[in-house]
Design a protein around this ligand. Structure first.
Ligand SMILES: *Cc1c(COP(=O)(O)O)cnc(C)c1O
Length: 405
């Protein structure tokens, strides 16, 4: 559910006041105490500006799976982003926003027949592959052959620093490239370029460098085989916002200069998900239970590992908690200067795994207070469930637009 439409302008540090106003005066939240998200579209705008400044020649195709929030998608569209979809439903979603199919890449190397048929029918022409079986499926489901393929290759070096490595699942190995290009050619399909993904949240810039170098080899293989010159390089996702992004962008630019400087017509694209979605979302959840054991404080909140915090399990997210004591200390909701206790925060379901943080220093909080979790937009609301009857999907999202940051 999206509260949509209404966007509140706030100052750069105005999110505390905004959250307080929702807790104290939004009728639905006052009644239900349900957790809710705040999405800062101003931050999304800044992230795009930083992207364009550091990767001016690389067009982002936002990876919808990371967070398909409608307000985020439409805002990304107005900022000029294109979209990476992995399934029929994601394509339907983007098309339903009135976005043209030529702004979509169907970047899933292994797609169900029915989804390929849908893409073909709706005019989504760009897709990826990494097996001969996929070539056959694409051939069959694009009867007019009106598609442009990118061969997905596996980054050879794994520096072991990705938060979510993609391991064995996707990408052709170097010795598989030539047979795959030949198979596509034999089927009359156009392979226009190369695509890779170094793994999500990769902190090691060398990953981009070695993958771009490997992509160069694939371009050369196509030339050697006498196939049409490749013209698209897709460097995938993996970026994290902040200083890490600046370093990654430098590595990408340097590698492109090194390996692709003689390709003036090259189109370079990327598929960032986490970079755009992680920081702009903040979650607020309500304290519904408490226990004191000596110095230890234990709290139960109404969102957890099976809801928005599934990113702890699947995305190895590290969670930041801010006390928000609207009940017990309304004059100092964050508890600045208060004594703190090592605290455990549990989610609401009856499963011991449902633990959000342990040993976290928090002031003494009471039932009815709130906790606030910044930077929680990547692979969180996208993949929650309503396990055990606790609402973990479809929470409200309130929109703000921060100025100057
Ligand atoms: C998940 C995914 C992305 C997005 O990755 P991030 O690490 O969130 O940037 C991009 N491309 C493909 C093919 C993906 O599967």
């Amino acid at each position: 559910m999206d509260n949509g439409k209404k966007t509140t302008e706030i100052s750069k540090n105005g999110i505390n006041d905004f959250i307080k106003s929702i807790i104290l005066s939004d009728p639905y939240t006052k009644e239900t105490k349900e957790p809710f998200f705040v999405l800062d579209l101003g931050m999304v705008t800044s992230l795009m500006a930083i992207w364009k400044e550091n990767l001016p020649t690389i067009r982002p195709f936002y990876a919808v799976k990371c967070n398909p929030n409608l307000s985020l998608l439409t805002h990304m569209e107005t900022l000029g982003a294109n979209f990476d979809c992995a399934s029929q439903k994601e394509i339907e979603l983007i098309l339903s926003l009135g976005i043209s199919p030529n702004r979509i890449i169907f970047a899933n190397p292994c797609k169900p027949d029915t989804h390929i048929r849908y893409a073909s029918k709706t005019g989504v022409t760009r897709t990826t592959f990494d097996s001969v079986y996929e070539v056959e499926k694409i051939k069959k489901n694009y009867p007019d052959g009106n598609c442009q393929l990118l061969i997905r290759v596996k980054p050879i070096h794994d520096y072991g620093s990705a938060r979510c490595p993609l391991g064995a699942k996707y990408g052709a190995l170097p010795n598989e490239v030539e047979p795959l290009l030949k198979a596509a050619k034999l089927s009359g399909l156009d392979v226009v370029g190369v695509s890779f993904h170094i793994g999500s949240g990769d902190a090691d810039c060398r990953s981009y460098h070695s993958a771009i170098s490997a992509a160069r080899d694939v371009f050369d293989t196509a030339t050697k085989l006498g196939f049409p010159r490749m013209r698209v390089l897709n460097i995938g996702g993996g970026f994290t916002a902040g200083s890490q992004f600046i370093e990654a962008a430098e590595a990408v630019n340097f590698a492109i200069q090194t390996y692709f400087k003689d390709e003036p017509d090259l189109e370079i694209i990327a598929e960032p998900g986490r970079y755009f979605a992680e920081h702009p979302f903040t979650l607020a959840a309500n304290v519904i239970g408490k226990r004191v054991r000596g110095e230890l404080r234990e709290y139960y909140i109404n969102d957890g590992l099976y809801g928005s915090f599934n990113c702890i399990q699947y995305d190895h997210a590290v969670i930041t908690v801010k006390a928000f004591m609207v009940e017990s200390d309304p004059e100092n909701v964050n508890g600045f200067g208060s004594m703190t206790y090592g605290s455990t925060v549990f989610g609401p379901t009856c499963d011991a795994l449902d633990t959000v943080v342990e040993g976290y220093e928090l002031p003494e909080m009471e039932i009815g207070d709130w906790m606030v979790f910044p930077n929680i937009g990547a692979y969180s609301s996208a993949s929650g469930s309503n396990f055990n009857g606790f609402k973990g999907v479809g929470l409200s999202t309130h929109l703000v637009y921060s100025k100057g940051g």
